[in-house]
Design a protein around this ligand. Sequence first.
Ligand SMILES: Cc1cc2nc3c(=O)[nH]c(=O)nc-3n(C[C@H](O)[C@H](O)[C@H](O)COP(=O)(O)OP(=O)(O)OC[C@H]3O[C@@H](n4cnc5c(N)ncnc54)[C@H](O)[C@@H]3O)c2cc1C
Ligand code: SF4
Ligand code: SF4
Length: 242
Amino acid sequence: MKIHWLRTIKSIEAGRVEVEVMALDENGRPQPTGEIETLEADDLILALGQDTDTTFLRQLEGIDFQSDGVVVVDSNMMTGHAGVFAGGDMAPSERTVTVAVGHGKKAARHIDAFLQGVAVEPKPIKDVATLDKLRLWFFADAAARIQSRIPLDERTGTFGEVTQGLTSADAQFESRRCFSCGNCFECDGCYGACPEDAIVKLGPGQRYEVNYQLCTGCGTCFDQCPVHAITLIPEPPREVAP
Ligand SMILES: Cc1cc2nc3c(=O)[nH]c(=O)nc-3n(C[C@H](O)[C@H](O)[C@H](O)COP(=O)(O)OP(=O)(O)OC[C@H]3O[C@@H](n4cnc5c(N)ncnc54)[C@H](O)[C@@H]3O)c2cc1C
Ligand code: SF4
Ligand code: SF4
């Protein structure tokens, strides 16, 4: 295989591709040289650079763009046009799935607040759930599942995915490796362990609250929480009547 660096396509006809030789300028950007080469080709596979097309936003006032076309957003994920939010690959970022998902969650919170005309209340910073604070015995190993692959002879005749991905059941199985660090995942452990019945269940997705009239501060819930979602703090001194 020979890789022809620094070429740009000028024309494509059956079996022939004309490319122009490019040269880097002093800024490292490719510039045309006028020199044309012809390449013979049976198939042409487009494998272009990854760029976000944000031209549809240019008709909106107030939106700023970086030189690579991505949209400038503030700390609330809002662009310079009030009420228009952006995130993921189209905003300045590392361009990974993790960052895009995080942007989506953050933007959703701020969009909700924007529509309600309120500000997002910053959440209190929690004690970091480092590995030594997790109860690892709680978690299954949930080894990686084997993903099926299409047969070798099929791979040359299709652009379909070779590795077929996980089934829903397998993906859920693998997700058991997640330690949910610092985030209650409603295992009911504290609820079952509290000797004083001081933990109150608030319903699916709503987690729990502590009835401080019943709680003796024994720490049982804290000790067994697998994900370090409970913080024990000293009881504030009681005011003594004069
Ligand atoms: C080949 C490749 C491999 C990668 N591998 C990894 C990896 O291993 N790990 C990783 O973390 N990241 C990887 N990435 C990066 C990752 O895919 C992106 O960071 C992530 O998908 C960005 O998510 P997004 O929602 O911002 O954008 P996208 O996932 O691109 O979603 C944007 C969606 O908007 C749609 N859309 C675009 N314009 C319009 C319009 N005008 N109107 C309506 N809809 C529109 C598009 O069709 C698309 O569905 C890879 C990227 C590529 C290209
Ligand atoms: S706080 Fe901890 S022990 Fe209690 S339900 Fe949540 S994850 Fe389980
Ligand atoms: S500290 Fe003890 S009494 Fe209080 S909620 Fe936890 S387990 Fe129950």
